[in-house]
Design a protein around this ligand. Structure first.
Ligand code: NDP
Length: 501
């Protein structure tokens, strides 16, 4: 029998009852044990308590899932089902997620430690809307006829890849799942999903909705387990045509090398970042403070596109720093269920230790610790929002991804000076510019080496806007038509209209 999540809950919001659902592997529309019957414990980061046990799959399980997915793809999915029908199933899935919004949000809060209200409104409802975007696009990406001459007719045609893999990290488990699931299914692929071993619960909770929405068994499969076993098995499986991965640059390198040494499957990699925010003298100071603070501390700083470097022009540096510290002072780190909480815990003991190590490194390197820098309480994995100033370009806290509530501030003189600093890392995921001068905003946006640039804001993403990285922040895109396109093969057809050899 596969394990089960069984949780009696009574939350401050007034919900109480019992959530129960299987936590085995989801293959061919059913929950099953892993072949080797191994399991992993899942922890609530707000308390450190074990809240569930899930199956841990490996290459044997991935192989079974790929067989089921291939069969489903060939017999009852892919181009056998019209885009309109695929879209209808995705719309249904989005509606079911909204129907179960409380339960799904509560499970995400329990597993990831995110504040409840933001999780409900931004992530669960947000996930439904991202699915709807791709549901609407299903079947709408067309090939074209190409003029050659009267003897030849030629056209291109988009065809699904077949079976694809999705490897999901722990920082936005539900959100990042739908970023990959929705375009993959809209294009007509079957999918094998591997959630993070730390945060598998919302993905597992969604499985009964995949069935209820009407996806044929085998079209969506979930293999929980470690990156080393289940993740690596997906990247090297010969029956998987593409892997879409989000996670660290280090793991991304493994994914790419494994894809290249197996069947040369296509990969899309959304990796780390060290995103700069540039605040010019003419910026709206109050707005710049709010957006840059949210840009780094939201989700307890665990964001690939987090604005972890803030460069402030000399003329407003002192005022900015004073307002920034005062603003952050008003935030509250604590219980995710408390509606006054701004930031919850780090996702795991390992992640908390890693962030605290970086804080030590920053102090030893000689950066000035302007606030924070410590663990909050001794239950759960909370860290106080931390601000370092006078951070030099060559310090590790200015160069390396910390992935926690730690920001590095530095001054700049002019546009050339700040561009050199902003572009001076191996990463290129996102950047933000704060200025009232539209010419400067456009010039800076053009010059910044980043896949996403925000002007006078941070963090906001749209389902219709592609999201991907420059340099070592990744390859390919999630979201937008570009993401949908990446789940297809493009075929060129040449037809002889009577020409003889
Ligand atoms: P990883 O990159 O290791 O994990 C991301 C996902 O990849 C998880 O599902 C993981 O599995 C899986 N994975 C790990 N190794 C492999 C592999 N060899 N082959 C296939 N899949 C693999 O992130 P960590 O959890 O270790 O976090 C470490 C750091 O990574 C963070 O501090 C942060 O800097 C960065 N990170 C970046 C993210 C982003 O959004 N760009 C998201 C998360 C982390 P499992 O977890 O089950 O082992």
């Amino acid at each position: 029998m596969p394990p089960t999540f069984d949780f009696d809950f009574k939350f401050q919001q007034g919900f109480q009852g019992r959530y129960t659902f299987p936590t085995g592997l989801f293959i061919n529309g059913e929950f099953v044990d892993s072949v080797d019957k191994e399991t992993i414990d899942v922890v609530n980061p707000a308390t450190g308590a074990v809240i569930a046990t899930v199956s841990a799959g490996n290459e044997k399980d991935v192989d079974i899932a790929v067989q089921a997915a291939t069969k489903a793809y060939k017999s009852s999915w892919g181009l056998k089902v019209s885009g309109l029908e695929r879209g209808k199933l995705l719309f249904k899935l989005a509606d079911l997620i909204e129907r179960d919004v409380e339960e799904i949000s509560c499970i995400e809060v329990l597993n990831v430690g995110k504040p409840y209200l933001a999780t409900r409104h931004r992530e669960t409802i947000g996930a439904s809307n991202y699915i709807r975007y791709f549901a609407g696009l299903a079947g709408k990406l067309h090939g074209k006829t190409v003029e050659i001459d009267e003897s030849i007719m030629a056209y291109t045609r988009y065809e699904p890849l077949g079976v694809v893999g999705a490897i999901i990290p722990w920082n936005f488990p539900l959100f990042l799942l739908v970023w990959k699931l929705a375009p993959a299914l809209a294009a007509g692929n079957a999918i094998i999903i591997k959630p993070s071993e730390i945060t598998p619960l919302t993905t597992l909770r969604l499985c009964k909705l995949f069935n209820e929405a009407g996806f044929p068994p085998g079209v969506v499969n979930v293999i929980t387990g470690t990156g080393q076993a289940a993740g690596a098995a997906i990247t090297k499986h010969m029956g998987i045509a593409k892997v879409s991965f989000t996670g660290s640059t280090a793991a991304g390198r493994h994914v790419m090398s494994s894809a290249s040494s197996s069947n040369l499957k296509s990969v899309s990699l959304e990796l780390g970042g060290k995103s700069p925010s540039l605040v010019f003298d003419d910026a709206d100071l109050e707005q710049a403070v709010r957006w840059t603070a949210a840009g780094i501390f939201t989700n307890a700083g665990q964001m690939c596109y987090g604005g972890s470097r803030i460069y402030v022009q000399e003329g407003i540096y002192d005022k900015f720093l004073e307002s920034f510290l005062a603003f952050v002072q008003k935030s509250k780190v604590g219980d995710p269920w408390d509606s006054s909480t701004t930031y919850g815990p780090q996702v795991s003991q390992a992640q908390m230790d890693r962030v605290l190590d970086y804080i030590d490194i920053g102090k030893k390197e000689g950066a000035v610790l302007a606030r924070g820098g410590f663990r909050v309480g001794d239950l759960g994995y909370y860290i106080e929002p931390t601000v370092f100033t006078e951070v030099k370009q060559d310090m590790r806290i200015m160069k390396e991804e910390i992935f926690g509530p730690v920001v590095a501030l530095a001054k700049f003189k002019n546009e050339e000076d700040v561009l050199e600093m902003a572009n001076g890392t191996m990463y290129g995921l996102a950047a933000a510019v704060f200025t009232k001068d539209v010419t400067r905003a456009i010039k800076m946006s053009n010059e910044l080496e980043a896949g996403t640039v925000w002007v006078n804001m941070t963090l906001r993403l749209q389902p219709s806007m592609p999201f991907g990285g420059y340099k070592e922040s990744g390859i390919g895109h999630d979201l937008g038509e570009e993401a949908l396109r990446s789940y297809y093969n493009l075929k060129s057809v040449h037809i002889n209209l009577g020409g003889r050899l």
